[in-house]
Design a protein. Structure first.
Length: 328
């Protein structure tokens, strides 16, 4: 894959290509933006282009360096990811030990930290020391979906590379490149709301099934079916990812209902169930919908603070039932 195949992130790609062609690399870059928008893919492509011995400023994909990076076994490239919801001090100590030795096969040692918003305070402090006095051959690529969760001292020592939500057309093209039929690709691309991570975690039928569960729950809330919705909350006990996914779909449904109230001619994320949403929208007022959307977004943020998923979701259900239920 070449840089030109990374769709929807032209600014990020341009910044990185400039760094490669000018040979003026920063010692640390912070790739930030919504989850599922290609940060890790771009980081690996950037590293390939840097290490590639066949093509200047690009990756040939066939030389030993490109193949090793793609396979995850290049001795001068290290990738750190979150364990659970955090990155502790031990991976950062391993990073520091790795950087104490010079590169084996190239002129640079690259460390990619994926999900760096999960750094614990001791880990963040240790990483800061490395960022303050990195070896000349070190390149650190920090990837985050929540830049605001990082200490400013870390952010200020990195060159920022912004990523943005992908347009549905870009996601459609990516899906079709992977062999998905055009009609299905368009439907799923619209539902993804600019994020490809949903596609890496589920197949097409699972995406639609997850949306349907959220829609059914939304209808249950409107009808005030408390026993049903609290049973759903109990099923989420200890299941942070499932809770995050359900909140994501609830937020999209709520957003579409708001749009039907204020701009009914616009295309919806859930365009394929537009008729059902139009019927729901006629029964709900705008202000409660706006407040419900705000509550969902706040609770999604709360999950990042390591709160109990079941308690978070039960609190949200009570708020939504108060705002939207027809049986107040």
């Amino acid at each position: 894959m070449a840089f030109r195949h990374i769709l929807g992130q032209e600014r990020a790609v341009h910044l990185l290509q400039q760094a490669l062609t000018s040979a003026r690399l920063a010692h640390a870059y912070l790739f930030y933006g919504p989850p599922g928008t290609g940060k890790k893919l771009t980081a690996l492509q950037f590293v390939k282009a840097l290490y590639c011995r066949s093509t200047a400023g690009a990756a040939c994909e066939s030389c030993p360096a490109c193949r090793k990076i793609a396979a995850g076994n290049h001795p001068d490239v290290m990738v750190i990811v979150t364990t659970g919801t955090s990155i502790g001090i031990e991976p950062i100590r391993t990073l520091q030990q790795r950087l104490s030795y010079k590169p084996y096969e190239s002129q640079r040692m690259t460390i990619i930290i994926d999900g760096c918003e999960g750094l614990t305070p001791p880990a963040a402090n240790a990483l800061l020391k490395t960022l303050e006095e990195p070896p000349d051959y070190a390149l650190l690529l920090l990837l985050t979906g929540n830049k605001e969760a990082l200490p400013l001292t870390i952010v200020s020592r990195c060159q920022l590379v912004p990523f943005h939500s992908l347009a549905a057309e870009h996601i459609r093209l990516i899906l079709q490149q992977q062999g998905v039929e055009a009609a299905v690709a368009m439907q799923v691309a619209t539902l993804c709301a600019g994020r490809l991570d949903a596609l890496t975690q589920h197949d097409m039928s699972q995406i639609l099934a997850a949306r349907q569960k959220a829609y059914t729950l939304f209808v249950d809330i409107i009808h005030g079916r408390m026993a049903t919705i609290f049973m759903r909350a109990r099923q989420l006990a200890g299941k942070r990812e499932a809770c995050e996914e359900l909140l994501y779909w609830l937020a999209l449904l709520c957003r579409d209902l708001v749009m039907l109230k204020v701009a009914p001619v616009r295309r919806l994320y859930n365009q394929d169930v537009r008729h059902d949403l139009e019927q729901l929208a006629t029964r709900l007022a705008l202000d409660p919908l706006l407040e419900a959307f705000s509550d969902i977004e706040q609770l999604r943020a709360s999950l990042r603070l390591n709160l109990n998923p079941q308690l978070v979701f039960e609190r949200l259900l009570l708020q939504l039932q108060h705002l939207l239920s027809e049986e107040k």
